[in-house]
Design a protein around this ligand. Structure first.
Ligand code: PMP
Length: 335
């Protein structure tokens, strides 16, 4: 669905009209992919108290800041001895500033449920490969947002394939940074999967181990294999070229709260076929069961009990029926 062209966009500290939020074609980001960004979700509790809540806003902004830090865009960049290098241009907003700016933007736009997209990028100055003379610009867009993989997907599960494309290799493009350029790799994975009739592709890392989907982290479940017959859940460690997903972290906490055995573990491809359950996590996909991989049925071929229990706690937390004991929700009021 395209944009409707209305509302405000936060640009370097000002809320401007949607159609005026433009940048020059000479901006560094357009030529070299010099951007880091976030995808954040504000839910509307239309089934409970009517409140709008942003999910783990601060953690998303901390990840955004760290992505910018990896690419030397923040004031942490310095010369030996701790001196500031005057030749470099940096981000002039703190984590607190950016948290507030996200809230200001959703409030200005008034959608009770929204997707929030902050982007930090190197703007217009010159087009050398060295980005440092270019300004570090910030924009925040928000728009009304529904389900990503489709409402049915949460219940029935999706059909996916293992991609012929590998995830970005360590020491090439840093996977821990949510950088715009990384999504060229994601686009290849996604297009290949869709063209072949699947909903999504799973990429292996360059060592051949399971990494993640084009825009989701991945978990595998083995029933009754843990201590005292508990269900065991694994997700690849950050060293397997995965994004440190906020939903991934959420599931690591929730699963432990629910008494499952959960941990980071390297996952060989064939485990995708032999697991009792496989599911994706992400801001957009939430907790989405996978019912087949490469046309091999996973477990019983529909949502399993572990994915169902995790979804129930996850959505309970969001709609306020389960306690927000980790302090993950930021309420937003509209005047
Ligand atoms: N991996 C990739 C490549 C992603 O783009 C995303 C979506 N941001 C995720 C994992 C899931 O991360 P999160 O739970 O923070 O949305």
């Amino acid at each position: 669905m395209g944009f409707d062209g209305s509302g405000k966009i936060w640009m370097n500290g000002r809320l401007v009209d949607w159609n005026d939020a433009t940048i020059h074609v000479g901006a560094h980001v357009l030529h070299y992919g010099t951007s880091v960004f976030e995808g954040i979700r504000m839910y509307h509790r239309d089934q409970t108290d009517g409140q709008s809540v942003v999910f783990r806003l601060r953690e998303h902004i901390v990840r955004l800041y760290n992505s910018a830090k990896i690419y030397r865009m923040t004031p942490d960049e310095m010369l030996l001895g701790g001196r500031v290098d005057e030749a470099d241009r940096r981000l002039s907003y703190s984590v607190d500033d950016l948290v507030q700016a996200c809230i200001d933007t959703v409030q200005a736009n008034g959608d009770p449920a929204a997707y929030i997209r902050p982007v930090i990028f190197r703007g217009y100055h010159s087009l050398g490969v060295d980005p440092r003379p270019c300004p570090v610009d910030v924009v925040i867009m928000t728009w009304r947002w529904g389900k990503y993989l489709g409402p049915e997907a949460l219940e029935k599960g999706v059909d996916v394939c293992v991609s012929t494309w590998s995830r970005i290799a360590p020491n090439t493009m840093p996977a821990l940074a949510k950088c715009g350029a990384n999504y060229m790799n994601s686009q290849l994975i996604k297009m290949e999967a869709l063209k072949s009739g699947y909903s999504e592709g799973i990429a292996l890392d360059t060592g051949g181990y399971v990494s993640e989907g084009s825009g989701e982290n991945l978990f595998v479940v083995f029933h009754n294999r843990g201590q005292d017959g508990r269900h065991v859940i694994f997700t690849p460690p950050l060293g397997n070229s995965v994004l440190p997903g906020i939903t991934r972290d959420t599931i690591l906490h929730i699963a432990a709260d629910l008494g499952f055995e959960i941990g980071e573990h390297m996952i060989p491809r064939e485990m995708l076929y032999t697991a009792d359950e496989v599911f994706f996590t992400g801001t957009a996909s939430e907790v989405t069961p996978i019912r087949s991989v490469d046309q091999i049925r996973v477990g019983s071929g529909h949502r399993g009990p572990v994915a169902a229990a995790l979804q129930e706690r996850f959505f309970g937390l969001i709609d306020g029926t389960a306690p927000d004991k980790h302090g993950w929700l930021t309420p937003v009021t509209f005047s």
